[in-house]
Ligand binder design. Structure first.
Ligand code: NAP
Length: 493
């Protein structure tokens, strides 16, 4: 079995010349290539293999297994046989064709099974059939219809005594591709560049290496990640992986697209996840899955951070302290919260973010008013934190020193929406918009024009991530790096 999981780039070019070019390009990012012979219209196998620079897997996938080869089985197997004769290092034969493939040469034989719709319940019996062959390597590529399917794949890899390639395709299978070295897959597939994928869910090789630090993942790598839905565009993997890398920590941070958060947390105990960030829509529901929740998070009723300590999962809320930190920074005075004591603060919104800052403001002794579109939610929160309450339209009637937008109004892509009329703004008013994408939505633009002191959600976002990082690692977070990454992702510098 290979000591290190190899990175294999599928060559999906449609002509022999383009495939040769891509093979050379792959040298920069990959350990080996998979020649998808079924993609090439004018296949010149001798010429193609004559340009072999990296170890090669010869594959000619039929349409029935997600490939493009529409000819008959015997001509397909003859092609693969020729590839063996021409020096392909590996040859991939589907389980259903195994008995018909007679060629024996120097190439190592991979027996493969693909499922383009699901990770089937009878996978064990399929694995048994794969094992009954004399293949050097067993390959299983199923489709994840849920994040939980990855656990089936990890289990297979850990138990396999023969070299195995196992992965889940699709968005929900991304983690099986990244964690291939942790669970001992012979290789993982990654695209040469965006648009050159051979299967759904393949990341570009450069991203796998730079974002997820693929080359540094090994059996001891500790798993962290963000639970949410949707999650594909979360900036948290970029921030936390860069921070782990900066400190040389053997940890990786993944996106988990989760439907049922309690079932997910329970099931993923099997792979000993060390910490989670939790985002929309799971901040409240995750509580039921935890062993302990700190007092503040309990009062807020929302957890955005989970830390594993001695097999116990402990929840806390770093949004609250991060929001207060941001405000105090903007006010530029004492970090002890004295600065907010007695200040008249209007919070727009009564959702998770509003609850987080409202409890923080109460601890600081601020005089808070909660205004929300759904007034009964404003009333409920106000009663919990000893605040005033009302509809959003009251904003122009309430005297205030600070206005906080904790609604999602103005968030990308609705950047020209605003939760309040600009008549509420006056010079000197501090306006804090928790939104960080964009850095300046309409609310802040209008507040700035009126001479207000403006604070975007960027500082809060970086601070809550910093606090999470420090809870997980006990080390000082590289906040400048984290901020720089958010700005880069937002297209700003
Ligand atoms: P949430 O729990 O879904 O709450 C959304 C809030 O926005 C509710 O008060 C909702 O009012 C209000 N709202 C939504 N659409 C509205 C509309 N069209 N008109 C008026 N009010 C509307 O979300 P959340 O977790 O609190 O997040 C709120 C915002 O804070 C998001 O933009 C999020 O990105 C941001 N946030 C930023 C950070 C950071 O680190 N900077 C951290 C957490 C959250 P109803 O009660 O009437 O539905």
């Amino acid at each position: 079995m290979s000591a290190r999981t190899l990175l294999c780039v599928p060559i999906t070019a449609e002509t022999t010349e383009a495939a040769i070019l891509d093979m050379y390009k792959a040298e920069e990012v990959a350990d080996m290539v998979e020649l998808r012979l079924d993609y090439i219209h004018d296949l010149d196998l001798g010429r193609l293999l004559g340009h072999k620079a990296l170890p090669v897997i010869a594959t000619c996938r039929p349409v029935s297994e997600g490939g493009r080869f529409a000819g008959d089985q015997s001509s397909r197997l003859r092609l693969l046989q020729d590839a063996v004769g021409l020096g392909a290092d590996f040859v991939d034969i589907e389980l259903e064709a195994w008995a018909d493939f007679k060629a024996r040469g120097k190439s190592k034989r991979i027996v493969s099974y693909h499922n383009l719709t699901e990770t089937p319940a009878n996978l064990d019996s399929i694995v048994k059939s794969l094992r009954s062959t004399d293949a050097h390597i067993i390959k299983i590529a199923t489709t994840a219809t849920s994040i939980l399917d990855n656990l089936v794949i990890f289990d297979l890899l850990q138990k396999s005594k023969r070299a195995m390639i196992a992965l889940c395709m699709g968005e929900d299978g991304l983690i099986s591709r990244v964690l291939a070295p942790k669970f001992g897959s012979f290789l993982t597939f990654a695209a040469l560049s965006e648009g050159k994928e051979s299967a759904p869910g393949q990341l570009p090789a450069a991203e796998l290496k730079s974002l997820y630090r693929f080359n540094e993942i090994n059996k001891k790598t500790e798993i962290y990640g963000v639970i949410g839905n949707p999650i594909a565009h979360s900036m948290s993997p970029a921030i936390h992986n860069a921070a782990f890398g900066h400190l040389g920590l053997n940890k990786v941070y993944l996106p988990f697209r989760v439907d049922d958060v309690v079932a997910f947390v329970e099931a993923f105990k099997a792979v000993e996840v060390k910490g989670y960030s939790v985002t929309i829509p799971h901040k409240e529901n995750v509580i039921a899955a935890l062993d302990e929740v700190d007092e503040l998070a309990q009062k807020i009723g929302a957890v955005n951070t989970v830390v594993e300590k001695r097999a116990r999962l402990i929840g806390s809320n770093t949004d609250s302290s991060a929001a207060i930190f941001s405000l105090e920074q903007a006010l530029g005075e004492s970090p002890e919260g004295v600065v907010l004591s007695g200040k008249r603060v209007v919070v727009l919104g009564a959702g998770g973010a509003a609850r987080a800052i409202a409890f923080g403001l109460r601890q600081c002794g601020a005089k808070t008013t909660i205004l929300n579109r759904t007034v009964k939610r404003a009333k409920r929160l106000a009663e919990e934190v000893g605040a005033q309450w009302g509809p959003l339209s009251d904003a122009s009637k309430v005297e205030m020193d600070i206005l906080v937008n904790a609604t999602s109004v103005g968030m990308y892509p609705e950047v020209d929406e605003t939760p309040v009329d600009k008549e509420v703004f006056r010079p000197g008013l501090v306006v804090f918009d928790m939104i960080y994408n964009p850095l300046e939505a309409r609310l802040l633009r209008e507040a700035k024009d009126a001479g207000c002191k403006c604070v975007s959600g960027l500082d809060m976002f970086v601070e809550q991530a910093k606090e999470q990082f420090e809870l997980w690692t006990g080390k000082k977070a590289p906040t400048d790096l984290m901020r720089q990454i958010v700005l880069e992702r937002l297209g700003e510098r």
